[in-house]
Design a protein around this ligand. Sequence first.
Ligand code: NI
Length: 260
Amino acid sequence: MNKAMIFDTHAHYDDEAFDPDREELLSSMEKNGIGTIVNVGASINGLKDVVDLVENYPFIYGAVGIHPDDAAEMTEETLEEIRRISRMEKMVAIGEIGLDYYWHKEEEEHEVQKKMFRAQMDIARAEKLPFMIHSREAAKDTLDIVKEYMQGGMYGGIIHCFSYGKEIAREYLDMGLCLGIGGVATFKNARKLKEVVEYAPLSQIVLETDCPYLSPEPNRGKRNSSLNLFYVAETIAEIKGITPEEVIAVTEKNARELLF
Ligand code: NI
């Protein structure tokens, strides 16, 4: 049997942090054990870059969506563009979408975010694609909307960069959704997330970088890339008392089953 390769379910290689060496870095993935990457859309201007990456690299797939930070700038045309791109080859999810009340404190902003979150969940349902959720300091509202949609029938999803406690984790796991686990799990002060990793079945965990952000220990603070996912796999393995190889193999299978 071939050794399983790492599946990074959430990366932003269109980010300008990769401008100096994007091609060199991406060309080094395969020989370093990184098999598949999903490049996730976030900004309105970045959607075209996601399409370019997907077309240029056979192992890169795409997710199309607009981050809650940009919700206020979205129009009907933006939604139409998301719908159009989502039908292209190698587009495997709608994301990242959701709610962020950490950077946006006004009630009015929350209402706009919820409206655009719902509009993109509608696209995920209509196009039969899984969703990728970004949720920060918006635990209840995110959960309410996800629950509402799951009851109406969806095609699975990932709670990206999961940042809440065990109680919220259980709600998502009970709905059959996956938790995206990345660099934060390796941080020494991440007690709450380590508890979640211990609690969640490995069959509902996927690996992610969110690169260029959230580099794991021992590279915390530096630019992140998929090459660092070995550290995350090691941490999950330690918490669960299994081998990193098993973590890599199972999370790869989880991602494949959900997204392909
Ligand atoms: Ni992200």
